[in-house]
Design a protein around this ligand. Sequence first.
Ligand SMILES: C[S@@+](CC[C@H](N)C(=O)[O-])C[C@H]1O[C@@H](n2cnc3c(N)ncnc32)[C@H](O)[C@@H]1O
Length: 250
Amino acid sequence: MEELYPDFFARFYDVIYHQVRDGVDNRFYLDRITECGGRILEIGSGTGRLLTEALASGADIYGIDISPAMLEVLGSKLPPEHRHRISLQNIVDFRSDTGYDLIIAPFRVFMHLMEINDQLKALNNVRSNLRQGGKFIFDVFNPDLKPLITGLDKVVDFDGEYEPGLSLRRITSTKPDLINQVINLTFRMEWNDGTSGRSSEWETPLRYFFRFELEHLLLRSEFSSFKISGDFEGSELSNESKEFIVTCFK
Ligand SMILES: C[S@@+](CC[C@H](N)C(=O)[O-])C[C@H]1O[C@@H](n2cnc3c(N)ncnc32)[C@H](O)[C@@H]1O
């Protein structure tokens, strides 16, 4: 199991990702949640970027995550009557009593599973926690070969403020590991806490999938059918596809 999302990353997650990610996937997942209308689970719910908005719109949504730091941020946003909805659990072996009509794992959660065995266990475990007719939706990126091969060297991908007058910068580097299909990511954050400059670094691997590998993996799972789209608008896969959005049907 890889290192978990640490405290400092969880602390600044919303400031960064509401800015860089909401415009990409927010509408898609919230629409799927609304059209489902049943009991929903978000796996890797993180700080609740999507879950809190879904809950505010009346969804019966639950969340699991393996990072205590991310869960703590989410817990602090929820009123006491909703805190039972979130728990510290792993996609590979989580349990539920009643099952779900829709399970989602938005924003690269599945790419944190390094081992094929865990990927298959996760798919089969999700399936066994779905009600008949239920769906599992997750996204991974379609590998962009050039940056994948060369890596990234200290790219500033956020430069702003986390509170009025308090600066935050994030510097991201990646090191390729082609034979293991892993990107080793290093996130460095530099911020001002009001009196002095602070910084911290976190390294984590991300496992990427090629199209047919993903199809073979899904075929080896207990899901009987699935569809892969190339973007959040539902386009067929093409050379322009930046995403693999997978919908598995039970
Ligand atoms: C990029 S964040 C996405 C958070 C949230 N879904 C969002 O869209 O903002 C990935 C999350 O997946 C969680 N995660 C990673 N591996 C997991 C696992 N095996 N089981 C459950 N959660 C996991 C991480 O702790 C992290 O909170």
